[in-house]
Ligand binder design. Structure first.
Ligand code: SF4
Length: 329
């Protein structure tokens, strides 16, 4: 059992995490949606698949994944010989929760003529029931390789699926899941903000509903939004995804103004991921100290879940890109 967080008062958490990282030969991964202190201590900062791929390429014995559970599972699927720890095992995801594996298996069985293309934001068990996994940056390229008359189930994000239906002219059958964070943006508040900053382009993640994407100048993965924000000649950018990504933007372009798109009352924290927020420096320290909580996946599920991930990597080629480098370079 982890020691209570109160007993950590007075500890130099940064120094302790750095010491344990060396002792354990651990690589620390920080998702773009983690708090700045975690992003700044991570060896790699990036999107979920990028992070897992980078960790797999290291000779680390331990992966400390500061992100949510399905991401740490992907790290374990790709690196079964490494120990994978997650600072808080309760760090789930509303998309994962929306798609229980048994229900998904039943849905598949009810549509035997459809293949299942599944967004990476799902459990290992749902991956094991899928034909091809996609990320928001690889989905379009993968769909382009499938015949237009191929019947497809797209799970678990209905907004992402609807976006690719509109973009590709397909009629994929959509699982009714959604990201609570990207669904929280308010069109009314976004338009008020745009009226205040008429020259600021809007960059949005395709997990947002169509009523937000319709106003976006750029729609793309978190990494694509980061690249757009840095490359754009605009001095002010409105960012419609989880706002902790702004930390990387601000570090790379301190002269620019990045504004997080607002939620319903214009001023709420509802666009911050409550699952990501469960990870803290204290819990990262404890996880490295106690080597728990650990991600364990039975070998049969791991192999079955790896197959559609490998299929994605074959079909998408080099879409696993570079995460921003952390302090160890
Ligand atoms: S931001 Fe949304 S999709 Fe990402 S982990 Fe949080 S709930 Fe899941």
């Amino acid at each position: 059992m982890n020691a209570p967080v109160q007993s950590l008062k007075g500890l130099d958490l940064k120094a302790e995490i750095n010491r344990l990282r060396k002792e354990r030969n651990a690589v620390i991964l920080g998702h773009y949606y983690q708090t700045p202190d975690i992003q700044d201590i991570a060896d790699f900062v990036g999107d979920s698949l990028d992070l897992s791929a980078k960790a797999a390429a290291t000779d680390a014995d331990v992966i400390a994944f500061c992100g949510v559970r399905f991401m740490a599972e992907v790290a374990k699927i790709l690196s079964p010989q490494k120990t994978v720890i997650l600072p808080d095992m309760a760090a789930g995801c509303s998309l994962e929760d929306s798609c229980p594996p048994e229900e998904f298996a039943k849905f598949r069985a009810a549509h035997p003529d459809h293949i299942a293309i599944t967004y990476i934001n799902c459990s290992a068990a749902v991956k094991a029931h899928s034909d091809i996994i996609v990320t928001s940056s690889s989905a379009e390229k993968i769909l382009a390789q499938l015949p237009m008359d191929q019947k497809i189930i797209f799970a678990p994000d209905k907004n992402l699926g609807a976006y690719f239906n509109r973009k590709t002219g397909r009629d994929m059958l959509l699982w009714p899941g959604a990201c609570i964070v990207h669904e929280a943006f308010s069109e009314t508040e976004l338009l008020k903000l745009k009226a205040q900053y008429p020259d600021a382009p809007i960059a949005a993640h395709p997990e947002c509903p169509a009523f937000i994407l319709d106003h976006a100048d750029e729609v793309g993965s978190t990494r694509a939004i980061l690249e757009f924000a840095l490359k754009s000649p605009a001095e002010t950018i409105i960012v419609a995804t989880e706002p902790h990504i702004i930390h990387q933007m601000q570090k790379a372009a301190p002269h620019k103004l990045f504004i997080g798109a607002p939620g319903a009352d214009g001023n709420c924290n509802c666009n911050m991921c409550p699952y990501m927020a469960l990870n803290t420096m204290e819990k990262l320290y404890l996880a490295l100290r106690d080597m728990e909580p650990r991600i364990e996946i039975d070998e049969e599920t791991r192999i079955a879940a790896k197959r559609p991930l490998d299929r994605m990597l074959e079909m998408a080629g080099a879409t696993v890109g570079k995460g921003a480098m952390g302090p160890r370079g």
